[in-house]
Design a protein around this ligand. Structure first.
Ligand SMILES: [Zn+2]
Length: 462
């Protein structure tokens, strides 16, 4: 390990400049709290969706925007890019249509799809016309593509509404020209927010365009790698990794085939496909243990394809102690756990997670918006931090939650968890340390982060 990096990771002491920054951030927080008090705003019980304009106007947010944040380790295909941008971009395509028929339910209202002019089904109108005919149309569509929690007592059928958002854009994102622009934009949004590395839980669908309906799944890998290369011309530090992702509610015979496909892709693109995961609502999907035969078979797949494919499982995205997914993870093969909200109710397991060097990917805004944690001061991540369990800060599906970048999540964590600069540093450097970058990439990424961090500290205290 690089010695500079060790200094940066040394969370027991801060440099003089870092101490000055620590004081400054603490003052900025006090100022926000004092203003909220003056305005009689119950800031801790106000949702992210409502606080967003206040966040954007705060110096704390502007400071976090400039802060190098290392890696975004937990994000999803279909949820990573700003929804407003997507509407604007889709409307530029003459062949993009929106479903607006309230009398039939073949599609969710507001679903965006690509059709040839003579093949448009009933109920769809040209997106361009839809936006032109009504001055509120864009805002209405934005509401349908994003999920917001306006207040903590509002009733939302969270997962039903959440999944509708993905359904509305799912097909559109497999149209290859939009697919390419979507990820280009996603990476640019992250770069602008000083994120240097991203790992996407990617669900492979078949890409199509005006010439072909049946591109092989590798086309997505090929395109994403090409976009990464293009971006590296101006931002050589920026890197992308793909975690092959399937769905928890599918039958194990289907997921078995998906897992094998993941190994095949890993063999072909060993430095780009870096892991495997299963997603979807844990309250209604299959348990992690249901897939035990698959996890056991990974040894054979490893031999067959002569590559290792680590797991990065979502587990414990739940507040219930009856959800045992966390305890069913094959920890030795697993590198990071997505959410793990109920881990704190199993202290022995929490100790094991620590021993096995698994990191918990925490997504504060996602957890609040999907109803798992209301007042973020009570987020389980605080217990993990107090027990020295490694965690990192993530945005999960910022496009669906109505924002982009990672600074909002840092703002919410900092304001609600009494974080210091020591904590921020640890969270940020953890994100590179626990990334799936290979050894030499990680070495480079650490050096870059260290340099950026030093410059950030220096500039922020002037
Ligand atoms: Zn997730």
């Amino acid at each position: 390990m690089n010695s500079l990096f060790l200094i940066a990771q040394n969370t027991t002491s801060l440099s003089k400049d870092e101490q000055v920054l620590d004081n400054k951030l603490s003052l900025l927080k006090t100022e926000i709290l004092n203003n909220a008090e003056k305005d009689k705003l119950p800031i801790y019980t106000t949702t992210f969706s409502t606080l967003k304009p206040l966040i954007e106007n705060s110096t704390l947010y502007k400071t976090f925007q400039k802060m190098p944040k290392g890696a975004l380790l937990h994000s999803h295909s279909g949820g990573i890019t700003n929804a407003e941008w997507l509407i604007h971009k889709a409307a530029a395509y003459e062949n993009c249509y929106v479903f607006t028929d309230t009398n039939q339910q073949k599609h969710p209202f507001g679903q965006l799809m690509i059709f040839k002019e003579n093949e448009v089904p009933n109920g769809f109108i040209k997106l361009k016309d839809f936006l032109k005919n009504d001055s509120n149309a864009k805002e209405k569509l934005l509401q349908l593509l994003t999920l917001k929690r306006n207040n903590l007592s509002e009733y939302i059928d969270y997962w039903v509404e959440f999944e509708k958002r993905f359904q509305r854009i799912g097909s559109l994102l497999t149209y290859r020209p939009i697919f390419k622009e979507y990820y280009q934009e996603a990476f640019q949004e992250l770069i602008k927010d000083h994120v240097q590395h991203v790992e996407i839980r990617y669900i492979f669908g078949q890409l199509f365009d005006d010439e072909r309906q049946d591109y092989p799944i590798e086309t997505a890998v090929f395109d994403l790698k090409k976009i990464e290369k293009e971006i590296q011309k101006t931002h050589p530090e920026f890197t992308v990794k793909i975690i092959y992702t399937s769905l928890k509610f599918l039958d194990k015979t289907i997921v078995e085939k998906e897992l094998e496909k993941a190994y095949q892709l890993k063999k072909k693109y060993p430095d780009f496909i870096t892991g495997f995961d299963l997603v979807a609502d844990e309250a209604s999907g299959n348990s992690v243990a249901y897939f035990n035969p698959l996890w056991k078979n990974m040894k054979n797949l490893e031999k067959k394809y002569r590559v290792k494919l680590p797991l990065y499982l979502h587990a414990g995205e739940s507040c219930s102690i009856h959800n045992h997914n966390i305890s069913e993870i094959p920890l030795a093969n697993n590198r990071r756990i997505g959410h793990a909200l109920n881990l704190i109710y199993f202290p022995k397991l929490m100790e094991q997670v620590k021993q096995k060097q698994n990191l918990i990917e925490v997504s504060p805004i996602s957890n609040q918006t999907l109803g798992y944690v209301s007042d973020l001061r009570n987020h389980p991540a605080r217990v993990l931090l107090a027990n020295n369990v490694n965690i990192s800060i993530n945005s999960d599906d910022p496009g669906v939650f109505g924002y982009d970048g990672l600074s909002y999540d840092f703002w919410m964590a900092f304001m609600n968890w009494d974080l210091t600069v020591k904590d921020l540093k640890k969270l940020i450097f953890n994100s590179i340390e626990f990334s799936s970058l290979n050894t030499s990439e990680k070495q480079k990424a650490k050096l870059h982060l260290q340099k950026e961090w030093n410059a950030f500290v220096k500039n922020s205290i002037q």
